[in-house]
Design a protein around this ligand. Structure first.
Ligand code: ATP
Ligand code: SF4
Ligand code: MG
Length: 326
């Protein structure tokens, strides 16, 4: 079988937000939201990105598609580093990269009709005349399981699941290649989460899409992800194929995340002891030296306080950043 090509690769991607103070707006510190994160995604595949709230998942996604300017590092898209491209130079890439947002209530403009919400990216890129645009909107509504007659309605007339379908149709409007799905199902009723994930998978297969799929916990990403990356306080601490990560989690944080997933079988559940995470999450403003997980890790050794563990390939593309594996 032909090896799939790498569509997107980030190398040491870093995004700091400055913290300013005083009348001169002097920078006093940085929020180290994303700190030297590296991974790649092959065309047509999905990288699941998980971790607790505030660990930098959204910032990673937004920086990759340059909704945020990276502080440093590379974003190599189809072989070209786009990290330092200007707004104008980014225009052709903006069409290729889209985003689906977590909150389908906040992310859609309440004053626009659903048709105009979906058509807006087409207008921004000046892609179609009026008739073709309308046909495309109807096609897209149909594609995401909504009624084309609903184009003239407003977001408040729809349920959460339907609104997220509108958000997906909007992301698809300009025929992108790569979509950052930022917790697209977290705000939805459990009963409709699977429907939306299945639809995203069908769309991926039909349209050859590549996803970065962000979620809080590992149970949401297993099914859809080819590979899964685990983030902790701005750092990627482990990455492997989806099966490998579930079968053989290595990082103590990944093990804790996996143990938190409810197991339906009571016999299995008894043997699957939940690992409680203790200790405070340190602040990304001034992360401690050494391993950032140290304060919550029961395996911490002296070196963990001094040296930051680097992501290391232990074979078969299973990478982990932890001194236990050195
Ligand atoms: N625009 C911003 N300005 C300043 N700090 C920010 C900004 N956006 C995010 N941060 C900070 O960067 C860190 C990472 O935030 P981010 O939203 O990327 O986390 P997340 O993993 O997506 O969390 P959640 O699961 O809650 O969505 C947090 O400490 C957050 O407060
Ligand atoms: S590097 Fe040390 S503190 Fe960090 S996860 Fe590994 S053992 Fe725990
Ligand atoms: Mg987020």
């Amino acid at each position: 079988m032909k090896e799939k090509e790498t569509l997107i690769e980030i190398k040491d991607l870093t995004k700091f937000f400055p913290i300013k103070k005083g009348i001169f707006n002097k920078k006093i510190s940085n929020v180290k939201a994303v700190d030297e994160v590296s991974f790649s995604i092959k065309r047509g595949e999905t990288l699941g990105l998980v971790g607790e709230s505030g660990c930098g998942k959204t910032t990673t996604g937004r920086t990759i598609i340059k909704l945020y300017e990276p502080t440093s590092g590379q974003i190599i898209y189809e072989g070209k580093d786009i990290a330092k491209l200007t707004h104008a130079q980014m225009m052709p890439y903006r069409k290729k990269m889209q985003m689906i947002f977590q909150d389908p209530y906040a992310s859609l403009n309440a004053r626009m009709t659903v048709g105009d919400i979906i058509g807006e990216p087409i207008d921004i890129h000046k892609l179609m005349g009026k008739k073709e645009r309308l046909e495309r909107i109807h096609y897209l509504l149909n594609r995401v399981g909504l009624n084309p007659d609903h184009a003239n309605r407003y977001p408040h007339e729809f349920s959460g699941g339907q609104r997220q379908r509108v958000g997906i149709a909007r992301a698809l409007a300009v025929q992108p290649e790569f979509i950052v799905c930022d917790e697209p199902i977290s705000a939805l009723d459990v009963s409709i989460q699977a429907q939306v994930v299945n639809m995203l998978e069908d769309l991926q297969n039909d349209l050859g899409l590549t996803y970065l799929f962000i979620a809080h916990d590992l149970s949401m990403v297993k099914h859809i992800s080819t590979n899964i990356g685990v983030m902790y306080l701005g750092k990627l601490v482990e990455i492997a194929s989806s099966n490998e990560l579930y079968k053989n989690p290595l990082h103590p944080y990944t093990k804790a995340l996996l143990s938190a997933i409810p197991v339906p079988d009571p016999d299995m559940a008894a043997s699957n002891k939940r690992i409680m995470l203790e200790g405070e999450i340190p602040s990304p403003i001034d992360p401690p030296p050494g391993c950032r997980f140290r304060g919550r890790c029961k395996y911490a050794k002296p070196i963990c306080a001094e040296v930051q563990p680097q992501l290391k390939d232990l074979g078969g593309d299973h990478k982990v950043a932890c001194h236990l594996y050195e």
